[in-house]
Design a protein around this ligand. Structure first.
Ligand SMILES: [Fe+2]
Length: 435
């Protein structure tokens, strides 16, 4: 155990954690393997999910050609919405049903991969979408069996969706982000080709890199698995099982890579080394948070993104107001780590050091401020909006933001201390500006 105090065992609480490992193929040119990999999984007729921007890029042509070269039938759905909604998912689910596919391939960012996961789920085990959605917004019905094989090919260095059993979308009527979380949703394989990041605009690299940063920081500082009640039966142990020695490995290396390469990868699209390392950091952080879970910054982010009025980020399609997920998560992060550091000061200081901050001479009492400052410095260096005010919110919006975040219990219960509505109110106030 790397940190005996943090993982000290207590009678009556968890003594074990579960590692859900994904099959990952990582490397330049890996997209060329997709066809043979789908065939080896038993696929014959493939539903290929992507979005309109990606369909025009060479990565799509490469995957399409690899699938056909392997002798597979391909049906393409290219209407995935950025930040999917229950309405956009309906179209994807209808497509999946009509396609009668026996295998799925997703090529895109988190929106594409999440849409493909949900289309596969509902086409394979038909039921109203809300049956599978997390409580309390949905009914959290258990998925009755395995899904069709799914090979996920991420094109952004961010969400980690290719290695997790989580899919996130906007529930329009509730003005809230929600999702489905079950190991059944985890893609059968991830094929990660860092060449895809060469075509990403700087703002997308920045936002997705901050998402990676928060996946790693939140998993590293989540309530430790040893502070939870054991599940009954043991096979019901949740994916959000808290910080553990396995997720710690990926978190530490992801933090080091983000500290070393995020600014380089944003500023210079031709810096192939930086962009490849960011893709590897995204993969590691995705594996980590798929086995530990994120917490309060992600819960706050769903309210921040769900209630946006008119912020339109540079570098993104400007047809709809949008706070990109990575920015939405980062905006609340300094406030959260400032507030939570006292629960594990050494961990918070270590995280700041991994990001490249000088923590020499820092005491336990400095941990929150040092980590908040390290995160804010990275945000500033990659042109993140400065806090909630930077994306159009004012103090008067905070009660609505608290109301949006408070139901995210899956996330809030994974925080290292109890996150009540009054604490959320304080965190949102602190997040009005980040520097
Ligand atoms: Fe995220």
């Amino acid at each position: 155990m790397p940190c005996p105090h943090l993982y000290a065992l207590e009678a009556g609480l968890e003594h074990a954690f579960t590692v859900d490992a994904s099959r990952v193929t990582f490397g330049r040119g890996a997209l060329g393997e997709v066809g043979e990999r789908v065939r080896a999984l038993g696929g014959r007729r493939v539903a290929l999910f992507t979005d309109p921007r990606l369909r025009a890029l060479p990565w799509f042509a490469e995957v399409d050609a690899a699938l056909r070269a392997a002798g597979l039938d391909v049906a393409v759905f290219d209407a995935v919405a950025i930040e999917p909604t229950d309405a956009s998912l309906d179209a994807a689910i209808r497509f999946a049903r009509d396609a009668r596919a026996d295998a799925y391939v997703s090529l895109g960012g988190g929106s594409v991969i999440d849409t493909c996961k949900i289309a596969n789920l509902v086409a394979t085990h038909p039921a109203p979408l809300l049956d599978y959605v997390n409580a309390p917004l949905g009914r959290a019905v258990a998925v009755p069996g395995p899904l069709a094989p799914h090979v996920a090919c991420p094109t952004t260095s961010g969400t980690g969706s290719e290695v997790t059993g989580i899919a996130i979308f906007d529930l329009l009527d509730a003005h809230a982000k929600t999702g489905i979380a079950t190991p059944r949703l985890r893609p059968s394989e991830a094929v990660v080709d860092p060449r895809c990041t060469a075509t990403l605009p700087p703002a997308v690299v920045a936002a997705s890199g901050l998402d990676v940063l928060c996946h790693a920081l939140e998993s590293y500082t989540a309530r430790p698995f040893t502070r939870r009640a054991p599940p009954a039966p043991p096979t019901a142990r949740p994916m959000s099982q808290g910080a553990n020695p396995w997720s710690d490995l990926g978190c530490r290396e992801a933090l080091r890579l983000i500290g070393a390469y995020l600014v380089r990868g944003v500023r210079d699209p031709d810096d192939a080394e930086a962009r490849e390392q960011l893709m590897w950091a995204a993969t590691l952080a995705g594996i980590a948070f798929g086995n530990a879970g994120v917490h309060a910054p992600h819960a706050m982010a769903y309210a921040i993104a769900g209630r946006v009025r008119d912020y339109r980020p540079p570098g993104y399609p400007d047809d709809a107001p949008l706070v990109p997920h990575g920015f939405a998560v980062a905006l609340g992060a300094p406030a959260c780590f400032r507030a939570f550091a006292a629960t594990a000061p050494a961990r918070h200081l270590e995280a700041a050091a991994l990001l490249g901050a000088d923590v020499s001479g820092a005491t336990d009492a400095d941990a929150g401020e040092r980590l908040a400052a390290a995160v804010a410095a990275l945000m500033r260096a990659v042109d993140t909006p400065n806090g909630l005010t930077g994306v159009g919110y004012v103090a008067g919006d905070i009660p609505a933001l608290v109301a949006g975040a408070a139901p995210q219990r899956r996330l809030l219960d994974n925080a290292p201390l109890a996150v009540t509505p009054p604490l959320l109110d304080a965190l949102f106030h602190d997040a009005l500006t980040c520097w």
